[in-house]
Design a protein. Structure first.
Length: 412
């Protein structure tokens, strides 16, 4: 397109022309100016508009075909769309060029700004694609590097054994026990700070003491090593929940989504024990068949822990708790809530089971605790410290020590 001598082109009129003879370009331009002169008044006169820079130079492209001339007329305009449309209609009034008949048909009026907008959008897409593929990954890598350095530097040491842990592990009401330092670092990188490592198969005394004060979740690898750690921990520490990595995976290699999914899928330790017991009953070991063929002369005594648990259950059923508390236990069914009473059996607190330890720790001495949950050794010890005489729950956990002056009773 030739130079149009116009500052801002808003629209371009495209018109097709057919002439019944051979003519030159200046003949067409002269016909356009001559036959539209005075047609639209002084304000829309083509010569005045061109002189004032409101329209650009009229471009004509002609070709001779079989004794005729055919071509295209281009008229750039900086007028508004209404005035430009009027000019387009005026072009179609041209019916002669020199001595020859002519016919003009406006093909379209193009908004040059829409073309520019399309160009801008296409270029913006290209720039954004380049930005996403080159700049953003680099920034993300820097962010991850900084986060990793901060989290690694945030690994603390707990107790005389200097166990790797998250910062301020003592301030949390619950803790997560993992196997080693690499597991701690991975959880810290994913914003889980209440974590501590056992540091091997031998459970340190410091960790065992900490488990008595906290709600404990053991988060172990999905291999046999995790089973060994769990067995050692369960013998010396009080465990509330168990979470496992997927089979064949280690905690240190889990992504954030996998970590959160595993922790949300944690199960109470009692369910794991019950599952093991059912599995053993369903699939008895080969030694039992040998014992049936050659029965021992003397009956073996049950383990001390089982005897203690039987004694607790027996003692608990010998004395019935107050009927009011039994009614309260039934009312709390499927609510996961706890009620705490004083000596006059007046209700002091009603809180969710998850807040029981904290509420009981901060409260004055109490008389009875009724909860829609599992009675654990940790709860028994804390209730004893608060002078509780009655403890009612849905189910009994691993209780190996029962206060003599406390009545413990469950639904099941």
């Amino acid at each position: 397109m030739a130079k149009m001598y116009i500052d801002t082109v808003k629209y371009v009129i495209y018109a097709n022309i057919e002439i019944g003879g051979l003519v030159e370009k200046p003949d067409v331009v002269g016909a356009v100016f001559g036959q539209t002169e005075g047609l639209l008044g002084d304000e829309l006169d083509l010569r005045e508009l061109q002189k004032n820079g409101r329209i650009g130079r009229i471009e004509v492209d002609l070709q001779a075909r079989g004794g005729k001339s055919v071509g295209r007329i281009l008229l750039p305009s900086s007028l508004d769309m209404v005035e430009t449309s009027i000019l387009g209609a005026a072009l179609e009034t041209v019916d002669r060029v020199g001595p020859c008949d002519a016919r003009v048909n406006v093909e379209k009026i193009e908004d040059t700004r829409s073309v520019k907008r399309k160009t801008v959008v296409d270029r913006a897409k290209s720039l954004l694609k380049t930005l996403l593929t080159t700049e953003i990954p680099e920034s993300r890598e820097i962010s991850q590097l900084v986060r990793q350095e901060v989290k690694t530097a945030g690994v603390s040491e707990y107790g005389s054994e200097k166990l790797p842990s998250g910062p301020n592990i003592t301030t949390y009401d619950s803790i997560i026990i993992v196997e080693g330092r690499a597991d701690v670092i991975n959880l810290l990188k994913n914003d889980i700070n209440n974590v501590i490592a056992v540091g091997g198969a031998n459970v340190p005394k410091t960790l065992a003491n900490l488990c008595r004060e906290k709600e404990v979740t053991v988060f172990l690898d999905g291999d046999r090593g995790g089973d060994i750690i769990l067995k050692e921990l369960s013998q010396v520490a009080e465990i509330d929940y168990i979470a496992r990595a997927p089979a064949g995976k280690e905690v240190e290699e889990l992504a954030r989504k996998e970590i959160i999914k595993c922790l949300r899928s944690k199960v109470p330790v009692e369910q794991v024990d019950n599952a093991k017991q059912k599995a053993e009953e369903s699939y008895p070991p080969r030694q039992e068949y040998q014992e049936r063929r050659y029965p021992p002369r003397h009956e073996e005594k049950p383990p001390a822990e089982e005897s203690a648990l039987q004694d607790i259950t027996k003692i608990s059923t010998e004395v019935e708790p107050p009927q009011m508390l039994l009614t309260s236990l039934n009312e709390l069914e499927n609510t996961l809530r706890t009620r705490i009473y004083d000596e006059q059996l007046a209700l002091k607190y009603e809180v969710p089971v998850r807040d029981l330890i904290k509420t009981l720790t901060d409260s004055a001495p109490v008389y009875a605790i009724v909860l829609d949950g599992i009675i654990t050794q940790r709860l028994v010890d804390l209730a004893e410290g608060k002078g509780a005489k009655v403890l009612l729950g849905v189910k009994m956990g691993n209780i190996f020590r029962k206060p003599e002056e406390m009545l413990i009773s469950t639904k099941f």
